[in-house]
Design a protein around this ligand. Sequence first.
Ligand SMILES: Cc1cc2nc3c(=O)[nH]c(=O)nc-3n(C[C@H](O)[C@H](O)[C@H](O)COP(=O)(O)O)c2cc1C
Length: 331
Amino acid sequence: MLPEPGRTRFVAVKTMKHLILAPLRGYTDAVFRNAYQRHFKGVGEAVAPFVTSIKGRRIKPSHLRDLAPADNRAMPVVPQILSNDPDEFLCLANTLCDLGYREINWNLGCPFPMVAKKMRGSGLLPHPDVVDRMLDKVLNGFAGNLSIKTRLGRFSGSEMDHLIPVFNRYPLARVIVHPRTGVQMYAGEVDLVAFDVCLARITHSVVYNGDINDLEMFHSLESRFPSASGWMLGRGLIANPFLPEMIQSGNRLIGNRNQRFEKFHDDLMDSYRRQFSGPGHLLDRMKGFWSYFAAGFPDGRRIVKRIRKVDTLDRYRREVMALFNDQDQWA
Ligand SMILES: Cc1cc2nc3c(=O)[nH]c(=O)nc-3n(C[C@H](O)[C@H](O)[C@H](O)COP(=O)(O)O)c2cc1C
């Protein structure tokens, strides 16, 4: 029906949410990112797991293998650097820019004591003066865009009070906030009140990250933080690779979920088989994924236990095939 003259015709425009695949070292590498894009929709870009800066001027291509441009065409990728040394950071960041990357992300969130004790990752958060000096030096010598992925602090969320004015002094592309402290690791609640403060006080675009595990959580975050510029999903996306598509489509999924998940699994495994030299590495990698995949199945804990025990690829395949034949969680 034509609209009446003089009346505006409203067309419902569906806006895509900006969903970002989180960096999970040992999981969301180029093999995973590419296989994921072949089977699922809804993710707009990825931040790659961190690469550490290294002493000296020569960076071996093997150090940046996961970021080889030819293997990173499926979706826009932002490389991430773990470093507390501005010269090392610049050397690596400029090398990545030469490969064609426009944005580099600085990891201020890694919680592992081995890393944090050496004042890297979340270990830098109690030292806003060091963060300040690092940003000053890096941004004076870097032609690309710099973004940050941070936690609220290492020991306490109050560390953010001193970090925000530092972040605001520099032209950052965006700040991704995972509202936990470093000592919380990946457990305990995300602090949404503290995230609200970050959103209000950080003058750059702010991306939310943490515990987006289902549609309900996504919708409650989206309505609570309408000014967030994007949403980063990690463990929840690996556990339910359909989640971005569900978010984008209002929960309408195309095709049989069980079959789609199985095809994705097989493609992922084939792709890793081509990358790894021996069956042991392939088996370990695939077993690792099941600590997340199992959440999508009704009997998840039992599944993880059984899969952890397998010691050959043949047994792995038998376990997984039985699972795909028996379960229809994704159907
Ligand atoms: C196994 C594992 C590896 C991770 N590796 C990285 C990393 O390389 N860089 C980073 O910034 N965050 C890393 N993270 C943190 C995630 O990117 C994300 O901030 C965190 O898991 C919270 O988001 P989620 O609840 O959506 O998973 C890692 C998390 C896990 C569990």
